[in-house]
Design a protein. Structure first.
Length: 314
C-alpha cells in the first residue's frame, strides 16, 4: 500500500512520569525521556511504515536542529521524508509532553512553520499514484486548508486515491463550515470524540457523525479512548477497546488511523479494520511516545488475536 501523509509533522519531546512541575529552578528525575516523530501526519506515517506500508510524508519543517532530528526519525522508521519542505530560518513544529502516571498529558506546543504549506509543495503525480492520501490536521494548516487542499483532494479522488482525514486540535467554532469544501472528498474521517463534539456542537456521537455524513463524508470512525471506537458508515457499530496497562496516550489516535487504513487495504470490512485500529492504539498506549509498542504487522495481528480479536479475518 502506498500512502501519502500530508499535514502536521511534529517533533515530540516526552518525559515520564511527571507528577508536578517544580517551583522556581527545582528539579525532578524522570524514568524516561524520548524524542519521536509525531503529529497527525508524521505519527501516522511512522505507524503505517511499521505496519508495512510505503509512506511519503509532506509537511513543513524548519532548517533547525529539531527539523534535522524529525527528518532523521522519520527516515529511520522507513518513511520517505524527502518531500518535507524545509523553511529557511523557520522553526520546526514541536511539542513538550509531560506524561502523568495515569498516561494522560498536557501539551506544550510551538507550531512553528506548520501552517506555511502551499499547493506548490504537493506533487500531484505523487497524490495520483497513492492508494491513500491521509490528511493530518487540516485545522492547523492555515489558508492551505481552504485555498489549496480542496483541489488536491479533488485530484486524489479523480485518480482513485482514497482520502482519509484526522484533526490535530480540539476544534473551534465555525471549523465545520470553514472546512466545508473538503468533506465531500473525504472517504474516511477519523476524529476523536472530543473533536467531533467540538466540530459539530452535538453531544451525541451518532448524531455528530451523521452531520459529517450529511456534509459528504463517506464514513466516520470516532475514537473514544477506553470506550473503543464508533463506526458510522450507513450502519452503526461500536468497537471495544483492548484492555492494556496505559503508560502514555500520546499518538493513540494516529496509531488507530494507521491500523484502520492497513486493515482496509488487507480487504477487511470497516468493523474489522477498526478492530485492527484498536490493536495498534493499544500497543502505543503501552509505551512512551506515538509509535511505542508497534513493531510490525504480524506482531500486531498476533496481539489482536491474543486480546479478543479472533473473529477478525486477517
Amino acid at each position: 500500500m502506498r500512502v501519502v501523509c500530508l499535514g502536521a509533522h511534529i517533533l515530540d519531546v516526552l518525559g515520564r512520569p511527571v507528577t508536578d512541575i517544580p517551583a522556581g529552578q527545582g528539579r525532578r528525575v524522570l524514568d524516561e525521556i524520548r524524542l519521536t516523530a509525531a503529529g497527525t501526519a508524521g505519527g501516522t506515517a511512522v505507524d503505517l511504515a511499521k505496519l508495512g506500508a510505503e509512506v511519503v510524508g509532506i509537511g513543513a519543517v524548519g532548517d533547525d536542529g529539531a527539523g534535522r532530528m524529525l527528518r532523521s526519525l522519520l527516515t529511520d522508521h522507513g518513511v520517505d521524508a524527502s518531500r518535507l519542505v524545509v523553511r529557511p530560518g523557520g522553526a520546526t513544529p514541536s511539542t513538550i509532553l509531560p506524561i502523568r502516571p495515569d498516561g494522560s498529558r498536557p501539551a506544550l506546543h510551538a507550531p512553528g512553520v506548520m501552517a506555511t504549506l502551499t499547493a506548490d509543495d504537493v506533487d500531484p503525480d505523487l497524490v495520483a499514484r497513492a492508494d491513500v492520501l491521509h490528511v493530518g490536521g487540516p485545522d492547523v494548516l492555515g489558508g492551505f486548508a481552504t485555498a489549496d487542499l480542496p483541489g488536491i483532494l479533488r485530484h486524489a479522488v479523480a485518480h482513485g486515491t482514497t482520502v482519509s482525514m484526522d484533526l490535530l486540535s480540539v476544534g473551534r467554532a465555525g471549523l465545520l463550515d470553514e472546512l466545508g469544501a473538503l468533506w465531500e472528498h473525504v472517504d474516511w474521517f477519523l476524529p476523536n470524540d472530543d473533536q467531533l463534539r467540538a466540530l459539530t456542537g452535538r453531544h451525541d456521537l451518532e448524531d455528530a457523525a451523521g452531520e459529517l455524513r450529511a456534509a459528504g463524508v463517506g464514513g466516520v470512525v470516532v475514537t473514544c479512548g477506553a470506550d473503543g471506537a464508533l463506526l458510522v458508515d450507513g450502519a452503526v457499530e461500536r468497537v471495544p477497546a483492548l484492555a492494556v496497562d496505559v503508560v502514555d496516550t500520546t499518538g493513540c489516535g494516529d496509531a488507530f488511523c494507521a491500523g484502520f487504513l492497513v486493515g482496509l487495504d488487507r480487504g477487511l470490512a470497516p468493523p474489522g479494520a477498526a478492530r485492527l485500529g484498536t490493536a495498534t492504539a493499544a500497543l502505543v498506549a503501552g509505551g512512551l511516545g506515538s509509535d511505542a509498542g508497534i513493531a510490525d504487522l504480524d506482531t500486531t495481528l498476533a496481539f489482536l488475536a491474543e486480546h479478543g480479536g479472533r473473529g477478525v479475518p486477517v
